[in-house]
Design a protein around this ligand. Structure first.
Ligand code: SF4
Length: 712
């Protein structure tokens, strides 16, 4: 922190922790306006800790169990701080659901509690908003041959009426293709030169953000802002967000995966072909695309002639690259470029270099054509569209070149993956299989430390699942908190006030085969329907593999003939709709995988049993996971205990956390994976659970007990 900041820090006024706590204490403002108020000592404690984090410039790591009421516990100090010190606070979440809850329910409630109006805004990435200029251009050149003509018209009609311009407010789901033709993009924004500047949706939300005391964002957008600051914008001026020095990370268990996905880059033939098609295409001898439109304004117009042959070269280079990749992959679906595979990657890397050269030649050509456009002609829409495409193509060139330099860039993981196109998307002459090249950061901890913790005056990270076993070491290590100045770090856990010992029953069938046995799948296909009957439906079955889910679902539909409740599986419908049906039909059952392990909220009787089929270990052929494991082994650690187990524990805790959402919720967690009791590492899972009644008996006994527990 520089001298100026220190002076500013000194002039900040602290907030009184007792006054802050009084708002949610008995007799306080919340008590007066809420009929169902019950003082929660644990919430008051958390609020005081967060207040201290603001006052003393701390890095708070606070695990708050379900029902602690963490949003009031951080919103009240955040608002008090922002108002008193005129210093905005960023609240970053992992899911859109939580953002909506904060903006539609919790912040308005905090306004009532504090008796003050607060300026706050929900800010999304600019790609989520319509760009009026691009929309006008797209609508004015509707091409009968383009698939998205109808959609652009519908988006255009909607934008006329919309007050937000935000994609989430459109009543239909626009396709990726149509949306990316009309959304806002930083490279294509003309800023003050734009004729729509004064009515621009992005500029409107930016103005609101510049004025706001509280800005709600998602982790992705926050990382986009941090990246831009680390790349030179600094921390004192506006970048993607206005400047700030205080962050609250809610759903902080997801920081590592959000940062990993934000800082990853990938490319495949569709991504490149789509951009090339927008730049230049030749149909029946007639040329079109942005390059043609812009060339007439460029003094380098003659360069356009090279475009056609360069594009053909890029396409054939990509075909060669895919052939080399498929030879390399053979029957595997993914492969990482590392010491043990480097030799076999040889032919692939030769093809990659050729592709990088031809793609680089094409971007140089576009540069030359753009450079030849005079300042007066730069308002031509194709000029700005070409700039977006050029930026993306240049990123792909860097990514492809980085594959050849992997040995010097060991801070990243380089890997290829073979995927299959759905047959209905296949065009004549195209190969069903395609290959994606991906670069992913190996570790985000130093980036978090230098880009976030060292720069911010205070950071509070909270979630219901940060601990593994009894401590925070795993989460702190993965997210860089272990490398931050330790005198600033404050880790605490705040236990759920819900009566788990009375309301939750944890069962494991002792006669289940171990999951690595061949008979395991057959056994679970017999056991799951019996467990469902024991709970009379009301069950969420969580799988770690979609194949296993599909097979178990098929068996269950046979076993459960005549069963009254709805039997659903992930993939049958939109996730939100499945969830809605599940909530509305008390006896329904849902077979689900990944996205249902966390973030879903089903209070009440419709969820009385969560079945966890297997402990959620990451599959060992995940290339990023393998690279991270190897890095641990290399420094002498034990990757199973330091990475596999703790990652699985956090996911397991998220899974069981779906069950009890209110103090009067009651139900059973059934784990079909006996390793939790029989392997030494199982203790890490059981220690991370709330205290509750447990049972380890054969399936027959367990089914009786489940029924008795739920319906007693
Ligand atoms: S100001 Fe930028 S984002 Fe807004 S309409 Fe104009 S070009 Fe689009």
């Amino acid at each position: 922190m520089d001298e100026n900041q220190e002076t500013e820090e000194n002039s900040l006024e602290i907030i009184d922790r007792e006054t802050a706590a009084s708002y949610i204490s008995s007799g306080g403002a919340l008590d007066k306006i809420s009929d169902a108020f019950e003082e929660r000592p644990v919430q008051i404690e958390l609020l005081k800790c967060i207040t201290d984090a603001f006052n003393n410039n701390l890095l708070g790591v606070y695990e708050a169990g379900t029902g602690v009421g963490k949003s009031y516990a951080y919103l009240i100090p955040s608002v008090l701080w922002a108002v008193k010190n005129k210093e905005r606070v960023i609240i970053s979440t992992g899911t859109i659901n939580l953002q909506q809850q904060l903006c539609e329910k919790d912040i308005p409630a905090v306004e009532k509690i504090l008796g003050k109006k607060i300026k706050f805004v929900l800010m999304k990435g600019r790609q989520n908003y319509i760009c009026k200029r691009r929309l006008m251009e797209a609508a004015s050149v509707l091409d009968l041959f383009e698939d998205d003509t109808e959609e652009i018209k519908r988006i255009s009609d909607w934008a006329e009426e919309s007050s937000t311009g935000s994609k989430s407010d459109i009543s239909f789901m626009p396709s990726e293709n149509a949306w990316t033709r009309v959304n806002s993009e930083s490279d294509a924004c003309m800023g003050k030169r734009c004729p729509f500047f004064n009515e621009c949706f992005v500029m409107k939300v930016r103005k609101q953000a510049a004025d706001a005391a509280i800005i709600v964002v998602n982790h992705h957008l926050l990382f986009a802002d941090i990246e831009s600051r680390m790349n030179g914008s600094g921390y004192d001026d506006a970048a993607v967000l206005p400047p700030y020095r205080r962050i609250i990370f809610d759903e902080a268990h997801g920081i590592e995966s959000a940062a990993t996905s934000f800082f990853s880059e990938s490319v495949n033939r569709f991504k490149i072909n789509k951009l090339l098609f927008q730049m230049y295409r030749k149909r029946k001898g007639s040329e079109s695309g942005h390059l043609c439109s812009i060339a007439v304004f460029s003094k380098n117009e003659e360069k356009i002639e090279e475009a056609y042959s360069l594009i053909s070269k890029i396409k054939s280079d990509f075909v060669n690259l895919e052939i080399a990749a498929k030879d390399l992959l053979a029957k595997e679906s993914t492969m990482r470029l590392c010491d043990s595979t480097a030799r076999s990657f040889g032919p692939f890397l030769v093809s990659a270099s050729e592709l990088a050269v031809s793609l680089g030649n094409f971007t140089n050509l576009v540069h030359l054509i753009l450079e030849g456009v005079s300042d007066e002609d730069k308002s031509v829409p194709s000029y700005w569209e070409s700039k977006i495409i050029l930026g993306r193509l240049e990123n792909y060139v860097i990514l492809i070149k980085n594959f050849s330099m992997w040995d010097e860039k060991r801070q990243n993981v380089y890997w290829i993956q073979k995927k299959r196109l759905p047959p209905d998307l296949l065009k004549a002459g195209e190969d069903l299989d395609y290959v994606t090249l991906t670069e992913t950061p190996l570790d985000i901890s130093s980036l978090m430390n230098s880009g976030v913790y060292e720069q911010m005056s205070s950071v509070v990270c909270t979630s219901a699942t940060l601990r593994t076993g009894r401590d925070f070491r795993f989460w702190c290590g993965r997210t860089g908190m272990l490398y931050a100045e330790q005198s600033r770090v404050d880790c605490k856990d705040f236990l759920s006030p819900f009566p788990y010992e009375k309301n939750m029953f944890f069962v494991i069938p002792s006669d289940a085969p171990l999951p690595d046995r061949p008979e395991f799948q057959q056994w679970i296909e017999m056991a799951i329907p019996r467990l469902i009957r024991a709970a009379e439906g009301r069950t969420l079955v969580l799988f770690t593999s979609y194949e296993s889910l599909k097979s178990a679902y098929k068996s269950a539909t046979g076993y459960l003939k005549g069963f009254g409740g709805l039997l659903m599986k992930q993939g049958d419908d939109d996730n939100a709709k499945l969830l809605e049906k599940f909530k509305n039909d008390n006896e329904s059952v849902l077979f689900a995988t990944d996205s249902f392990w966390q973030g879903i909220d089903i209070p009440g009787e419709s969820l009385s049993q969560v079945i966890i089929v297997k402990l959620p270990f990451t599959v060992p052929n995940d290339p990023v996971f393998t690279a991270r494991s190897e890095a641990i082994e290399k420094r002498g650690g034990n990757s199973f205990m330091e990475l596999s187990v703790p990652e699985a524990v956090i996911k397991f805790r998220q899974g069981i956390g779906r069950l009890i959402r209110r103090s009067d919720d009651k139900g059973v967690v059934t784990v079909l994976d006996r390793r939790i009791y029989e392997k030494r590492y199982g203790i890490n899972f059981t220690l991370s659970m709330p205290d509750c009644k447990k049972c380890y008996e054969p399936l027959d006994e367990i089914c009786k007990k489940i029924n008795g527990f739920i319906f007693q």
